[in-house]
Design a protein around this ligand. Structure first.
Ligand code: SF4
Ligand SMILES: [Zn+2]
Ligand SMILES: [Zn+2]
Length: 330
């Protein structure tokens, strides 16, 4: 098949758009979607200046999504003095997994000359995920612990580096899965939180973004500039651009329900191209309405964790409680 734009050999066919694209036009279309999302979400406020730039902290795991996000944002903003990029890799302490993806992160950030920071559960919390899985004091899936620890470090370091926004590499498939899971669990409040945490536009030029953080949301607002790009296309982009992405799965990956939803969406998309896009657009509209409704209340009373100072509704935040439970089980 030939590229619909230039007649060269096509490397991909997107059933949802009907387009056949060559390597060059495909890569450009991915970049265009990311830049359009940055623009439509008003990620870069009008009052950002070279003297007072916006700092974006990118969660860089070394997997294809965050690698592609870093590469495209760097291409777009490297010469723009209004934006500063900082990348952060979190080492969970998972043997044979994070060490290799950390190498990919170092290779990428060295090549792009982007600031790169690394923090570990071991240094921060005196624990490793491999040991957490072994002890499992709360009888939970590995990702339930890991997600709490990761969110805590992302928020802590976003504040530490004075980041204006925290960017993650969630793609279209990730977002469609989250949307479906929230629908199927009937969790409208979770939809509202999801919207407040990472969907909708920022208010350009304002002091505060046009969102209210959810009770357990981070105080540095989040954004997902890759969320219009399907996972397969992110992978193809990484391959065509020869980016150093690490693809092995985490040995503790335990999100069985998400896996089921993923399969369901694959089948649906196969039979009805464009299904993910329409799920997401309907979901965003509903989530926006839910966020407006739940925001009407006063919200929960947020205090400070007695141990670490993080915002929480309890004496101790969830992260401190889990760290304590893990240490007690040692
Ligand atoms: S798959 Fe689960 S345990 Fe592994 S790194 Fe991700 S959140 Fe942590
Ligand atoms: Zn072409
Ligand atoms: Zn705490």
């Amino acid at each position: 098949m030939d590229c619909d734009k230039c007649g060269e050999d096509a490397v991909m066919h997107a059933a949802y758009s009907g387009l056949h694209l060559c390597a060059d036009h495909f890569c450009r279309s991915v970049e265009t979607r990311v830049r359009r999302r940055v623009r439509e979400d008003d990620l870069l406020p009008d009052d950002a200046t070279p003297e007072d730039p916006e700092t974006w902290l990118i969660g860089l795991s070394g997997g294809k999504d965050s690698v592609v996000l870093t590469e495209i944002l760097h291409d777009t903003f490297a010469k723009d003095p209004r934006v500063e990029l900082v990348t952060l890799t979190i080492h969970e302490g998972i043997e044979g997994y994070r060490d290799e993806s950390l190498e990919a992160c170092v290779e990428l950030t060295d090549e792009l000359d982007v600031r790169h920071e690394v923090v570990s559960y071991e240094e921060e919390f005196d624990l490793r995920m491999d040991d957490v899985v072994e002890d499992d004091p709360e009888n939970m899936a590995a990702c339930a612990y890991c997600g709490v620890f990761r969110r805590d470090l992302l928020s802590t370091y976003a504040e530490e580096y004075d980041a204006d926004k925290l960017l993650t590499g969630h793609n279209l498939d990730d977002e469609a899965q989250t949307a479906m899971m929230n629908f199927l669990e009937g969790d409208v409040e979770q939809m509202a939180k999801h919207f407040d945490a990472s969907l909708g536009a920022f208010e350009a030029g304002g002091e505060t973004p046009a969102r209210v953080r959810g009770a357990d949301g981070p105080f540095v607002p989040r954004a997902k500039p890759l969320r219009d790009v399907p996972e397969k296309e992110v992978a193809l982009y990484a391959q065509l651009r020869d980016l150093p992405a690490h693809i092995t799965e985490c040995p503790h990956s335990s999100e069985a329900y998400r896996g089921e939803i993923q399969q369901l969406l694959f089948d649906l998309e196969d039979r009805h191209p464009g299904a993910r896009h329409s799920i997401i657009s309907g979901y965003e509209e509903l989530a926006r309405m839910a966020a407006d409704r739940y925001r009407d209340g006063d919200g929960p009373d947020l205090g400070e964790c007695e141990r670490c100072g993080a915002a929480t509704t309890r004496d101790h935040c969830r992260k401190c409680a889990l760290v304590e439970a893990v240490h007690a089980a040692d």
